[in-house]
Design a protein. Structure first.
Ligand code: GLN
Length: 380
C-alpha cells in the first residue's frame, strides 16, 4: 500500500541507541539519563501498585496529579490554571504533541516549524494533511528571526510549534522573543504549541518564560511539559498539556482515542513526590549546569568548537576541525563505529541539511560516563 509517510524512516533516536548498543559505545545520542530519579519517587510506584492503582484512571489524568500541576504552575509562573478544564495528563510529551497537532490541523493547513526541530513534529503534521512550513534557525545562536516568521505567515497558517529550551540547540527564549511573538499573533487566529519539556533546565541565571505567564499567548496555546525530563524517568512516558478550556476540550477528544489514559501508579507517585519535594524543580537547573560544565570544561581541550548550551541537557559541538569532509551523519557513524561514542547528527532535525558540521551530545549522564566520553572525544 502507498505509505502515508514516504519520507520517514525509523526515528534517529532508536537508530543511534541501537548502534550504540551494537558497538558497546558510550551513548550520548538519545536524550535520557543513565541514573534513576529520587528513591522516594520510585518507592511510591510500588506502594500505589500494591494499593490497587492498576486499573484505568480518569481519562484526563488522576485528580491529585492535576492539582499538583496547578500548584507548580502557580508557584513558577503565577497563573492559577484549572485542574478540571485546562490540564490533561498524557502518555509522554510526544503523545501530547500529536494530540494537539491532530485536534487543530486539517488538510491544507500550514504549520510553522523551526529547524532544527524535534523529529515528531513534521510527521504528526503530515499525518493530518497539514503542510509544514520550515524556518531555519541560524547558527551559532539559533535564535528566531521574527521578520522571517512574519513573512512566512499566510491566511492558511493555522499553527506554530515553538520549543524553549530548544532541543537540539539549547537556545532559550528571551523576553524580546515573547514580545515579538505577541505582536505577531495579535489579531490573527494562529494557534501555538509550546514544547516546554525542558522548562526546568535553563542555565546561567536565565528564566524559562512560559506562555502561561502571558495571557495573550496562553489563550491560543497548548503548553506541553513532561515529567520524564524533570524526574529522570523518560521511560515512564508521563507528561501533560495545559491549554484554555476550549482547546483542552478539543485536545481531549483526540487523547481519549490515542492512549485514553496513562498508568495510574506512575501518576500518583509523581503527584506524591511533587508535594514532598517541590524544590526538586528549582534544583534541576543547577544539577544539569554542573554536568554541562563538567563536559564542556574537558571539551575545551578538544578540537570540537561550541557555544555552551543555554538549556536542555544537550550540547551541540562542531567537528569541522576533526573531519571537515564528513557529513554529520557520516561523522556520527564513524564516531560510534570506530571511536565508541554515540551522538545525534543535527541534519536529521532539518528539512534542508544545514551547511554545518554539528552533532548533539546528551550530557544527562553520570559524571563517570561523561568523563569516559570526553577522554575519547578530546583525543580526536
Ligand atoms: N527527546 C529525546 C531526544 O531528543 C528522545 C525522544 C525519543 O527518543 N523519542 O533525544
Amino acid at each position: 500500500p502507498p505509505s502515508k509517510l514516504p519520507n520517514i524512516g525509523t526515528t534517529i533516536f532508536s537508530v543511534m541507541s541501537k548502534m550504540a548498543a551494537d558497538h558497546q559505545a558510550i551513548n550520548l545520542s538519545q536524550g535520557f539519563p543513565d541514573y534513576n530519579g529520587p528513591k522516594d519517587l520510585l518507592d511510591r510506584v510500588g506502594y500505589h501498585t500494591e494499593q490497587g492503582a492498576n486499573q484505568y484512571p480518569p481519562m484526563t489524568g488522576v485528580p491529585v496529579l492535576r492539582e499538583a500541576i496547578v500548584d507548580k504552575v502557580s508557584r513558577h509562573y503565577g497563573r492559577t490554571v484549572s485542574a478540571e478544564d485546562e490540564i490533561t495528563i498524557t502518555s509522554g510529551g510526544t503523545e501530547a504533541l500529536f494530540d494537539a497537532i491532530t485536534c487543530v490541523v486539517s488538510p491544507g493547513d500550514e504549520v510553522i516549524i523551526f529547524d532544527p526541530a524535534f523529529d515528531s513534529y513534521v510527521p504528526a503534521v503530515q499525518l493530518n494533511g497539514g503542510v509544514p512550513v520550515h524556518i531555519q534557525l541560524q547558527a551559532p545562536h539559533f535564535g528566531i528571526d521574527w521578520d522571517v516568521v512574519k513573512a512566512a505567515i499566510t491566511p492558511k497558517t493555522r499553527l506554530m510549534i515553538l520549543n524553549s529550551p530548544h532541543n537540539p540547540t539549547g537556545s532559550v527564549f528571551s523576553q524580546a522573543d515573547i514580545d515579538a511573538l505577541c505582536d505577531l499573533v495579535k489579531g490573527t487566529d494562529i494557534l501555538l504549541i509550546s514544547d516546554d519539556v525542558y522548562e526546568h533546565i535553563v542555565f546561567d541565571g536565565q528564566q524559562h518564560l512560559s506562555f502561561v505567564k502571558y495571557d495573550e499567548l496562553f489563550q491560543r496555546s497548548f503548553v506541553i511539559s513532561s515529567f520524564g525530563k524533570t524526574y529522570h524517568a523518560t521511560g515512564w512516558k508521563v507528561a501533560y498539556c495545559i491549554a484554555p478550556p476550549a482547546l483542552t476540550a478539543e485536545f481531549r477528544k483526540v487523547h481519549q482515542f490515542v492512549t485514553f489514559t496513562t498508568p495510574p501508579a506512575l501518576q500518583l507517585a509523581i503527584a506524591d513526590y511533587m508535594r514532598q519535594a517541590p524544590e526538586h524543580c528549582d534544583e534541576l537547573a543547577g544539577f544539569y549546569q554542573a554536568k554541562r560544565d563538567l563536559f564542556n570544561n574537558v571539551m575545551q581541550d578538544s578540537r570540537f568548537s561550541f557555544i555552551p548550551s543555554g538549556g536542555t541537557y544537550f550540547q551541540l559541538m562542531d567537528y569541522r576541525a576533526i573531519q571537515p569532509d564528513m557529513s554529520d551523519t557520516e561523522f556520527c557513524e564513524w564516531l560510534v563505529n570506530e571511536k565508541g561514542v554515540a551522538a545525534i547528527p543535527v541534519s536529521v532535525f532539518c528539512k534542508q541539511p544545514p551547511d554545518a558540521t554539528l552533532v548533539r551530545f546528551c550530557f544527562a549522564k553520570n559524571d563517570e560516563t561523561l568523563l569516559a566520553a570526553t577522554e575519547i572525544l578530546k583525543g580526536l
